[in-house]
Write a new protein. Structure first.
Length: 171
């Protein structure tokens, strides 16, 4: 199998060493996670590795990052439909040219969630979108203000418009 195979990952340990791992090589003890069951833990690790491989072309992750991904996968109830929204990938370039187009597009994305009938939604990339909308390279007072506003907008909007069984996680 090649390194880009979705079942392998390069894991960087505390010493900075890169170790080629399969999902079967990852243990709850390695990640310092209490396992809810062997099959459930294995499924969470496999889902996390697939997500990391889709997100990163290098397929490299630190032990702490893998811990975070697997922990997120473990909080997902079995049999529930999960949806991930990466705002940088989802939003068009025009929506990133200002606060108003960004918030309008964000509202449309949130409205579309009701049609999908999902149970758990992860939204990521708000900070990066805020930097792009405010034309800043780094986080500053202006970008933090827009980020905070967008997070509050998402919370308020979903509280009144999203189905009650849906859980929203903002990363």
């Amino acid at each position: 199998m090649t390194l880009n195979d979705s079942f392998y990952i390069l894991l960087e340990n505390e010493n900075g060493e890169l170790i080629l791992c399969q999902a079967d090589d990852i243990t709850p003890e390695m990640l310092q996670i209490e396992s809810p069951g062997e099959e459930y833990f294995s499924a969470a690790v496999e889902a996390s590795i697939l997500y990391i491989n889709q997100k990163s072309s290098l397929n490299t992750v630190t032990l702490a990052q893998l811990h975070d991904y697997v922990s997120m996968a473990l909080i997902t109830p079995r049999g529930k439909l999960i949806y991930r929204i990466n705002l940088l990938e989802t939003l068009s370039q025009e929506a990133l040219f200002g606060e108003l187009p960004f918030l309008q597009k964000l509202k449309n994305i949130l409205l579309s969630l009701n049609k999908l009938k999902v149970d758990l939604v992860f939204i990521e990339g708000i900070r990066e979108c805020s930097r792009m909308c405010t034309h800043r390279q780094y986080q500053c007072k202006t970008t933090r203000h827009l980020t905070d506003y967008a997070v509050n907008f998402i919370r308020d909007f979903t509280r009144f418009n999203l189905k009650s069984h849906c859980t929203l996680v903002i990363l």
